[in-house]
Design a protein around this ligand. Structure first.
Ligand code: NAD
Length: 390
């Protein structure tokens, strides 16, 4: 399929520096200095603090004589007010560098604070694409889940509480100066967080691989991410202290983030967002629920790609028709979800069937994500996918 790419211009976004490896958190002071930081705002949430993940960061900063203050007010699927409040703290405390430590929620809040350090107003003023006039304050991101890949993307996702919807700020200024990916920070994730965030990374890899905006760059990264997640997510889920599995999951999540940061996403995310806002389910879980149903729907739009996905996930497609091979990708995902004990049926989560029309409305609000999706969707199609997922 790669010959189709000759007619495309490839644009690839990535942070300046990506440091991946065991115990790389200990290098943070050095990175802060390199990017001109003297007084750091650590942006995190209470769960990350309770898991004692700020300790290695603090000890590096103390050893490097770098001053810091902690903002631990991040909430999951962060509402915009959490970003605005953090930005006020950044100014009031006289900080000059933002250090996000946590899952995607903390990293996205860190991005918003960095942007508001130099751009006036509230973060909701900047939802959309390329609406910020200025680059933000220097920023370093350290993921503790594996994960959203937010440490390497140019987007931040927030909850607009007034509109009861998720919204996004897309800007190259949301790229970190440095991403420090230390798998030791992910060892403490409980199995359900490992499962949800690991499936989020898988969805990134799959959605970008079948996206109309995929490129040679995003393909290479997405392919490797799919293989690694299929191989290592079960072990990381079953044995959280397995550093090898955690290393490969951290790497895979970062690769998948680099892939979708340029190749884009699709209908899985569009249909997952309303589940998150309506029922306060985690982003990864909602993606995992919708994934096999949207994959099956999408197959006619890109059967070759889905057949390849089956192979990346370890299926032997030799001797099967193209459509059968593509179906094997859905089968592989269902098997992975079974292994990590994640149900992909909405009724298992106590969602009332009467809510389906409201979910369809919510999914249609995300129609921008249907553009790169390999198969077009009408309102009726969205309705039938939700019914299938029910
Ligand atoms: P999260 O950041 O909301 O964290 C989930 C929970 O796990 C929290 O309670 C947190 O305290 C806890 N936690 C995190 N790391 C831990 C660890 N190592 N040990 C123990 N507990 C830990 O979850 P997430 O899935 O990483 O992020 C979700 C958010 O990221 C959503 O808002 C989503 O929309 C966004 N997102 C952003 C991008 C992007 O590119 N910007 C991409 C995908 C998702």
């Amino acid at each position: 399929m790669s010959e189709n790419y000759q007619s495309k211009t490839h644009v690839f976004y990535s942070p300046t520096k990506i440091i991946v490896g065991v115990n790389t958190a200990s290098q943070v002071a050095q990175e802060v200095r390199q990017f001109g930081g003297h007084r750091v705002l650590i942006v995190t949430d209470p769960g990350v603090v309770a898991a004692d993940l700020i300790a290695p960061v603090e000890s590096s900063l103390k050893a490097g004589n770098v001053a810091y203050v902690i903002y631990d007010g991040v909430e999951p699927e962060p509402p915009s007010r959490v970003i605005d409040r953090g930005a006020e703290m950044f100014q009031a405390e006289g900080c000059d560098l933002v250090l996000g430590v946590g899952g995607g929620s903390s990293l996205d809040v860190a991005k918003g604070i960095s942007l508001l350090a130099t751009n006036k107003g509230k973060i909701l003023d900047y939802c959309g694409v390329d609406r910020l006039p200025k680059n933000g304050a220097p920023m370093i991101l350290m993921p503790t889940t594996a994960g959203t890949g937010s440490e390497v993307t140019r987007v931040l996702v927030l909850t607009d509480e007034e509109q009861n919807t998720k919204n996004v700020v897309f800007t190259p200024y949301a790229l970190a100066n440095a991403a420090i990916v230390d798998p030791l920070l992910t060892l403490s994730m409980p199995p359900s967080v490992t499962a949800d965030t690991g499936m989020d990374a898988m969805v990134h890899a799959i959605e970008t691989y079948v996206s109309m905006n995929a490129t040679e760059f995003s393909d290479i990264l997405a392919e490797r991410a799919m293989e690694l997640i299929a191989d290592y997510l079960p072990t990381a889920w079953a044995k959280g202290s397995n550093t090898d599995a955690r290393y490969h999951m951290s790497l895979a999540a970062t690769l998948a983030g680099m892939a979708f940061g340029s190749g884009g996403l699709g209908a899985v995310h569009a249909l997952a967002y309303p589940l998150g806002t309506e029922y306060h389910m985690t982003h990864g879980r909602t993606n995992a629920i919708m994934l096999p149903h949207v994959m099956r729907y999408n197959i006619p739009g890109s059967p070759e790609r889905y057949a390849r996905i089956a192979e990346f996930m370890g299926k032997d497609t030799e001797g099967y028709s193209l459509m059968e091979a593509a179906e094997m990708a859905v089968e592989a995902i269902r098997e992975l979800l079974d292994t990590i004990e994640v149900s992909c049926q909405m009724q298992d989560y106590g969602i009332p069937e009467d809510d389906l029309p409201a979910l369809v409305d919510g999914g249609m609000k995300q129609a921008r994500l249907f553009v790169p999706n390999p198969r077009d969707l009408t309102r009726e199609d969205v309705d039938s996918i939700y019914r299938e997922a029910y």
